[in-house]
Ligand binder design. Structure first.
Ligand code: CP
Ligand code: NVA
Length: 308
């Protein structure tokens, strides 16, 4: 039996495969322009396939985009929160993976711990997709890069400025920099900088600083994320530490004249970004959210062996 194609982290993938997935998503999006949202894509490669989704954390975009994606491919979905499952009563992650592998064709899991997703994938005999962990959010960054390229062309050689926490979403941006060849300048309080193991995955492409104006200067894209992630208990400390790191109009003015703004959402206006920026002309956040659907389809296509 051949090993299933898991989509767990961008650093594990080869660059050519990631580029293939990105281009497929652009093609799929263009091919269904103007179509009703639920019409099945012409190649209907998800027919006879079911995607299971497990959520240990809240989700709006990941949940609805994967559901729309598998339906647009002609397949079906089963969604459960972990607390509704026996997983919530102590059944092991490995046994859950073995059982679901007999029932569905792929599993998307949003988990509290990255190690749990890796354990799930090790035990599964069907493809497993990381829908966000404490350590990474690979599907999100694929949608982000697709969005940038739709509006501004190839990301290779560009400079992205990340303002905020160096946790999961930022880590996947670091992993992406090495695969797609863009620079990433990260600004935030030192104690919330990315883990050294992640920084090491973008050799020569990543800079870290506490000066967000230096980071954003001349940048082609400015990105923010919430100051307090799911599972963070230290709300007050974080709000205090990140208070000087709001992406506002003054910061955007230091970026390149045609710079764009990205945010994975959910957003907190008045915290990591002003309403003027996220609702302003440089913001691509609604395209970014929609592109989650298109990129999830291409990730699924690769997982199913229908792409690459
Ligand atoms: N950006 C993102 O993953 O959103 P959700 O948490 O709503 O899925
Ligand atoms: N960093 C955020 C991303 C949400 C999509 C979190 O983990 O809550």
């Amino acid at each position: 039996m051949t090993a299933p194609r898991h989509f767990l982290d961008l650093w594990r993938m080869d660059a050519a495969t990631l580029r293939l997935i990105l281009e497929d998503a652009k093609t799929r999006k263009a091919a269904r322009a103007g179509w009703p949202k639920a019409r099945v894509d012409a190649d209907a490669l998800g027919v006879d396939r079911t995607l299971a989704m497990i959520f240990q954390r809240n989700s709006t975009r990941t949940r609805f985009s994967f559901d729309a994606a598998i339906r647009q491919l002609g397949g079906d979905s089963v969604i459960a929160t972990a607390t509704d499952m026996q997983l919530g009563r102590g059944e092991t992650i490995e046994d859950t993976a073995r059982v679901l592998s007999r029932m569905v064709d792929a599993v998307m899991i949003r988990a509290v711990s990255h190690a749990a997703v890796e354990a799930f994938a090790d035990a599964a005999t069907v493809p497993v997709i990381n829908g966000l962990t404490d350590k990474s959010h690979p599907c999100q960054i694929m949608a982000d890069l697709m969005t940038y390229e739709e509006h501004r062309g190839p990301v290779a050689g560009k400079t992205f400025a990340w303002v905020g926490d160096g946790n999961n979403v930022c880590a996947s941006f670091i992993h992406a920099a090495a695969k797609f060849g863009f620079k990433l300048v990260i600004a935030g309080p030192q104690r919330y900088w990315p883990a050294p193991a992640d920084l090491a995955k973008g050799p020569g492409l990543i800079q870290v600083s506490e000066d967000m104006y230096a980071a954003a200067e001349g940048a082609d894209c400015v990105i923010a994320d919430g100051w307090v992630s799911m599972g963070d208990a230290d709300y007050e400390e974080r709000v205090e530490a990140f208070a000087p790191f709001t992406v506002d109009e003054a910061l955007m003015a230091t970026a390149a004249p045609d710079a764009v703004f990205l945010h994975c959402l959910p957003a907190h206006r008045g915290e990591e970004v002003t309403g003027g920026v996220i609702d302003g002309p440089q913001s691509l956040v609604w395209d970014e959210a929609e592109n989650r659907i298109h990129i999830q389809k291409s990730i699924l296509a690769w997982c199913f062996g229908a792409l690459g």
